[in-house]
Design a protein around this ligand. Sequence first.
Ligand SMILES: Nc1ncnc2c1ncn2[C@@H]1O[C@H](COP(=O)(O)OP(=O)(O)O)[C@@H](O)[C@H]1O
Ligand SMILES: [Mg+2]
Length: 223
Amino acid sequence: MRFQPRNANTAHRNEHTLYLAASGGGKSQALAQNTAIPGKGARVILWDASGDHPGLHFESRAKFIKALQKGISGGRGFRVAYAGSTVEDFEWWCEVCWSVLDGDHRTYLIAEELSQVCPSPAKATPCAAVLLNQSRKYGGIFHGTSQKPQEVAKTFYDQCEHKFIGRQKGEAMCKKMGREIGLQPEQIAALKELQFYHDSPKHEKPQLITLKYKKIQGVKWLI
Ligand SMILES: Nc1ncnc2c1ncn2[C@@H]1O[C@H](COP(=O)(O)OP(=O)(O)O)[C@@H](O)[C@H]1O
Ligand SMILES: [Mg+2]
């Protein structure tokens, strides 16, 4: 990593969160409706190729960086998204996120569809691993989704203390996800769209939640 974050503060908790459900299961909804992410005044950096979340969306790296710098210097929160696609793009995004972290602030790092940027289910790629393993003390809070849990690198499972497990495809995946959060495969198989088990350090057992669909507004493409 070329640039280092500032103001390490080891008092920050690990609040990294993973959302795993088949397509249409409600991952983006669960993320967008998660009250752990403040609606106003938060520093939010997104990896969001399809424009699933509100914010200023860019395909140009230069424009994305410019908007991010403007947001940071403005000091009043921002939502800036990069629409990359390759593993190399994602590594670059992770490095950018890492470089702007500041332990005096919380910075929400939201990434849609992790399977696309995981070359293997083993270790995450280097910059992604640094972000997952070390951003906590610099105020980083990672929220990532995937519809293909079997393709997501182990690092994301290990480092995300919060997991939202939604509707899964097939028996094997229901077993795997059940094992992940200490539930029976049948309990996972019974989940409907927009239903999740939220596994968190705050509760002894995963909590069943049922969401109501809300239209996501505020996506602005500036390319
Ligand atoms: N216009 C709508 N009205 C009501 N429910 C909707 C509408 N659009 C989508 N949904 C619900 O939201 C689900 C998709 O949620 P989403 O978070 O986009 O899923 P994912 O990100 O897991 O693919 C659908 O399966 C459906 O249940
Ligand atoms: Mg989605």
